[in-house]
Design a protein around this ligand. Structure first.
Ligand code: PGA
Length: 254
């Protein structure tokens, strides 16, 4: 399966800085045999897109969306609006949105389905928090989040979902090594694969499952060379365009 690395800038970089990031990143030597995408704040999509020019790498993505295409939903951005920016994918259900914005499984499911209907690939983020992890509830939590999010989706075609497993206790641990080892992540990924195959049959075999949580240029190869890990969702280590370029190159030694 072709691997994929997605940068998640989170709430960093307005239009000016996003444009500058892209102009530096464009000069990076990038591997051809993996997909690379950047999840960009809505307000910076236009600037980022124009700085990429006609290049097909990186793929442009968004970090959030609403589930209706138009209407009285003050402050929201619709899938149709994202489509105008030629957004290829959009994150949904990131743990920070679930935590700070109160996004529920039901909202995540509606967003994922609306994206697919508009021709945008949803990247569904799932993952347990530290307490759930300690209590041994990780599988239960991830299964609930996943089954709810994929309920109304089709599993194949250009808008087939991607899944990002992000154990919340392993996100942004700074300079420390990720507490979720490739081996730990692999166990969860295998379990997610089983759920996907049950739900989508053969198509479930081809859905890419990304790991996210303190991935950096030093450990990316360890994750990506582990079976059942088809890519990475990268927060902190994507903020510097040259470091992210290095991360992408390091990934292919996997
Ligand atoms: P991190 O963030 O790489 O900084 O841990 C990952 C994420 O939250 O998507």
């Amino acid at each position: 399966m072709r691997k994929i690395i997605i940068a998640n800038w989170k709430m960093h970089y307005g239009p000016m800085k996003a444009g500058a990031w892209m102009r530096v990143f464009r000069r990076e030597r990038l591997p051809k045999d993996i997909d690379i995408g950047i999840a960009i704040p809505h307000v910076s999509l236009a600037a980022a897109r124009s700085s990429i020019g006609r290049a097909s790498v990186p793929l442009v993505g968004a970090q959030n969306v609403f589930w209706q295409n138009e209407g009285a939903f003050t402050g929201e951005t619709s899938p149709a609006m994202l489509k105008e920016f030629e957004v290829a994918f959009c994150l949904v259900g990131h743990s920070e949105r679930r935590f700070f914005l109160g996004e529920t499984d039901e909202m995540v499911a509606k967003k994922a389905s609306a994206l697919q209907k508009t021709g945008i690939q949803p990247i569904i983020c799932v993952g347990e928090n530290a307490t759930e992890h300690k209590k041994g509830e990780a599988l239960k939590v991830v299964k609930r989040q996943l089954l709810s999010a994929v309920k109304g989706l089709k599993g194949d075609g250009e808008t087939a979902p991607l899944i990002a497993y992000e154990p919340i206790w392993a996100i942004s641990t700074g300079k420390q090594a990720s507490p979720c080892s490739p081996h730990d992540a692999k166990n969860m990924h295998e379990w997610i694969r089983e759920i996907l195959e049950k739900k989508f049959g053969k198509a479930g075999k081809n859905i890419r499952i990304l790991y996210g949580g303190s991935v950096d240029p030093h450990n990316v190869a360890d994750y990506l060379s582990t079976s059942h890990i088809d890519g990475a969702l990268v927060g902190n280590a994507s903020l510097d365009p040259q470091a992210f370029g290095l991360l992408c190159r390091s990934a292919v030694t996997a």
